[in-house]
Design a protein around this ligand. Structure first.
Ligand SMILES: [Zn+2]
Length: 388
């Protein structure tokens, strides 16, 4: 990848041929048509609040630098704004669409047209500091990930959309990044994050690609449809819906793509599942409610997913003390399993730190996490028991 520093372009140069799309709230073109200001992967214009946009113009009037701006140069010779589109759209709206917003100068409200010629020149002749980068998508993305961009940093998927911009990204964004989409509420039950910051699109891509989002985007970059992506995403959502009645906050953001791959071939009874979800959610010993769903999908084998409550230190110490006192009196080991053996350890007294707490009756068989169900075992026996 090559990077070239440009300092010859002024605000006036960028404003030449500025085109603004009212319907989409986007700055479209500048630099005499050579610059795409708001490429499809960028956020819409959010500076038009009468504060941030005014601050940009104020900076220019005061001669402050606007900060670094980044363009990407495409193979066809066009430039695209990678970072700086909010600042560019702000000053270009002020200069080219003077009625849009005023600034206050010396206590008076001014639109661009009512500023003195000197002040107008000060703005349009302000130099800009622009880096133009050219290279492979992966190179540009990597570079952007390593530099620290001022302002609102692009999130990872925004960077990917930039790197692999094309027909696929346009279509995918229209479906998955559009908060007006009627399905969005249902999707957001299971998918975490802001669709406008590309969280839903990123999840959909993650699911369909099995984690290789870049590979998938590179492969499909110039596709004329997003059918594979849409079909897979809908299949996962429909599957979750078919298995789980429960739609509380715990299901949001789970690794559903992986769970779908692992379990969508298995049959589940939605009512039974709903009953178990409710039971487990109400079980005070289950400390990881988000693990419940995978636990059920896997046939209720892996209790580690539930992070069953552990014994606190006070309970453990009390039990260790009681076991040790009894063991001394009986001249046996304080590990009840060692005490049953005939070897060297049958009379060994373990220190507190050499033992771990164990549920006498396992949680899955109804055992509680309290002193009455706690025994201290030597680490070897505890491990052996845990692995059964
Ligand atoms: Zn033992």
């Amino acid at each position: 990848m090559t990077t070239t520093l440009h300092t010859e372009w002024t605000v006036g140069d960028i404003c030449k041929g500025f085109l603004y799309d009212k319907n989409e709230d986007k700055g479209l073109f500048g630099l005499g048509g050579k610059l795409i200001i708001q490429p499809e992967y960028q956020r819409n214009y959010i500076y038009g609040d009468g504060k941030k946009d005014v601050a940009v113009v104020d900076s220019l009037l005061k001669g402050y630098p606007l900060g670094l701006i980044y363009f990407v140069k495409n193979a066809d010779g066009m430039y695209e704004v990678l970072d700086g589109q909010q600042r560019i759209t702000s000053f270009a709206r002020f200069v080219n669409m003077s009625w849009k917003f005023p600034v206050v100068r010396n206590g008076k409200t001014h639109y661009f047209n009512s500023l003195s010629p000197d002040e107008q020149k000060k703005i349009t002749e302000s130099p800009l500091t622009i880096y133009v980068c050219e290279g492979e998508p992966s190179e540009i993305q990597e570079w952007f990930e390593t530099i620290n961009i001022a302002g609102v940093p692009l999130v990872r998927q925004e960077l990917r959309n930039a790197s692999y911009h094309g027909s696929f990204v346009t279509l995918a964004r229209a479906r998955f990044s559009n908060t007006g989409n009627a399905n969005m509420t249902r999707w957001k039950t299971y998918v975490r994050g802001d669709p406008k910051r590309q969280a839903v699109l990123e999840t959909a891509l993650d699911w369909v690609s099995g984690g290789d989002i870049d590979g998938y985007m590179a492969l499909h970059r110039h596709d004329g449809d997003i059918e594979g992506l849409t079909r897979h995403f809908d299949a996962v959502i429909d599957w979750i819906d078919a298995v789980f009645e429960y739609t509380g906050k715990e299901v949001c953001g789970l690794d559903w793509g992986r769970l779908y791959r692992a379990y969508h071939g298995k049959a589940y009874n939605r009512e039974d599942v709903a009953r178990r979800v409710e039971q487990l959610l109400g079980d005070p010993q289950v400390t990881d409610a988000r693990g419940i769903f995978e636990y059920i999908l896997g046939g209720e084998q892996d209790t580690k997913l539930l992070n069953i409550r552990v014994f606190d230190d006070r309970t453990k110490k009390a039990v260790w003390q009681a076991q040790t006192n009894a063991a001394k009196a009986a001249n046996k080991s304080n590990c009840p399993l060692c005490a049953l053996e005939s070897g060297n350890n049958a009379r060994r007294l373990y220190k507190f730190g050499e033992m771990d707490a164990d549920h006498v009756t396992a949680w899955s068989r109804g055992g509680m996490t309290d002193a009455s169900n706690c025994q201290m075992l030597c680490k070897t026996h505890n491990r052996a028991k845990g692995n059964r």
